[in-house]
Design a protein around this ligand. Structure first.
Ligand SMILES: Nc1nc2c(ncn2[C@@H]2O[C@H](COP(=O)(O)OP(=O)(O)O)[C@@H](O)[C@H]2O)c(=O)[nH]1
Ligand SMILES: [Mg+2]
Length: 390
């Protein structure tokens, strides 16, 4: 009798353990799948379209089939429990593989056959191919020729070294940090850019960084063009523990921005990030709407700390045209360059800075929550030339 009773707690313990183990397994699976469900498929490969009245954007059909599933979400926001797996330098090195193959590898090849006119011409082609832009390329190559003559650079290593220095100096900028409010009110970052460039995803990643640093975030879904846009932002809000302000599809984006700021103030949040639409039926409507959202916010908050333009690195020079259009409509403070991981045209960073005078402040290096990084010219240039195994 006693022996039987003694056995019961053991049985209970074993069954309990099994339940816990099975439960934990389920949780991990849910978390893993929730991670991807929030990210709609990459549409960056689509072609560009443009007319006098529309912006050069990735395929016009971009958003039409966007169907965002709402994943099960863990109790603790994902952003708060997961640590970034790789250091920033490692991430730059790994994710810049495509540009590196065009730039780093070919440059070594080219000058391996001698430092001569043919090699310089080849370098020009490579730089233009990597989207450094014609003006910047000409300047860089002229400077390189002069220096290699004067400094006697005769090996591929020596030329590569000079090229690195020139790229670094082309990327010099005073300040790439994201500005924050100096008074009591919440910091406001307005995020702009054409459809499909990665605005919503970058906002989600930014919210994760901020929340991890113990800053409270409100996200305002001022892209009211389609309901799915607000839902997508809502998924990021849940994943990061940010508060979401949204309205119905078709609602006035200015009203969403207004309520976003009111909510951020009421909650004494540190930061308000405002998502905006990237596609309306024509360019002037898009720009009018953007201007209005900005004015509404500025009336409440004063000058915004950041008005960032999100550009897709895979669209290359097209991004420069987009940027010019946005710069005419709103005053921009910097660029978030996304999809550098999928681009062989990472040189666009140089063109953006040289031709537009805008600092690249953040770069997107993938689709996951940790794949947004402060742009670091040193790590970037190193990443273009550092060969890593695998
Ligand atoms: N590879 C890669 N994909 C990205 C990056 N940023 C965004 N994306 C993907 O680009 C697509 C469009 O992003 P989304 O945020 O919806 O763009 P939006 O229309 O500007 O808001 C999604 O599939 C994202 O997962 C990035 O840095 N790298
Ligand atoms: Mg969006």
């Amino acid at each position: 009798m006693l022996e039987a009773l003694d056995g019961i707690p053991i049985v209970v313990a074993v069954v309990g353990l099994l339940i816990v183990l099975v439960g934990a397994g389920l949780l991990t699976t849910t978390r893993r799948s929730s991670k991807r469900d929030g990210d709609p498929p990459d549409r960056s490969e689509s072609s560009t379209a443009g007319s006098t009245d529309t912006l050069p954007v990735p395929d016009e059909a971009v958003d039409d089939d966007l169907d965002v599933a709402i994943p099960e979400v863990p109790d603790t926001p994902e952003a708060l429990v997961e640590e970034p797996p790789l250091s920033l330098g490692e991430r730059f090195n790994r994710r810049l593989a495509r540009t590196r193959n065009v730039l780093g590898v070919s440059v070594a090849d080219l000058f391996g056959r001698g430092v001569n006119d043919a090699a310089w011409e080849g370098l020009e082609e490579i730089l233009i191919g990597a989207d450094v832009g014609v003006t910047a390329t000409t300047e860089i190559v002229e400077e390189l020729k002069r220096r290699s003559r004067e400094e006697g650079a005769t090996t591929p290593e020596a030329v590569t070294d000079l090229l690195k220095q020139e790229l670094r100096s082309a990327l010099q900028s005073d300040d790439r940090s994201l500005a924050r409010a100096t008074d009591d009110g919440p910091t406001v970052w307005l995020i702009t850019g054409v459809n499909g460039t990665g605005k919503t995803t970058s906002i989600g990643k930014l919210a994760a960084i901020e929340q991890r640093e113990q800053r409270t975030v409100v996200l305002a879904a001022a892209d009211t063009f389609r309901a799915a846009a607000a839902e997508q932002l809502g998924i990021w809000a849940t994943r990061t523990g940010a508060h979401l302000v949204r309205k119905d599809e078709g609602a006035d984006p200015g009203a969403v921005a207004f309520e976003g700021y009111a909510a951020a103030t009421e909650r004494a949040a540190d930061l308000l990030i405002v998502d905006t639409a990237g596609r309306l039926h024509n360019k002037s409507a898009l720009m009018d709407e953007l201007g209005k959202v900005k004015r509404v916010l500025e009336k409440q908050a004063g000058p915004l700390e950041e008005t960032l333009l999100v550009l897709d690195a895979t669209t290359g020079q097209n991004g420069i045209a987009q940027a010019s259009a946005f710069m005419q409509a709103v005053e921009l403070t910097g660029v978030v360059l996304t999809k550098l991981d999928g681009s062989s045209k990472g040189g666009i960073v140089v063109a953006i800075q040289r031709e537009l005078g805008l600092p690249v402040k953040l770069v997107g290096l993938g689709e996951e929550i940790d794949d947004l990084a402060p742009f670091d010219p040193e790590l970037f240039v190193e990443g273009l030339f550092t060969d890593i195994a695998g």
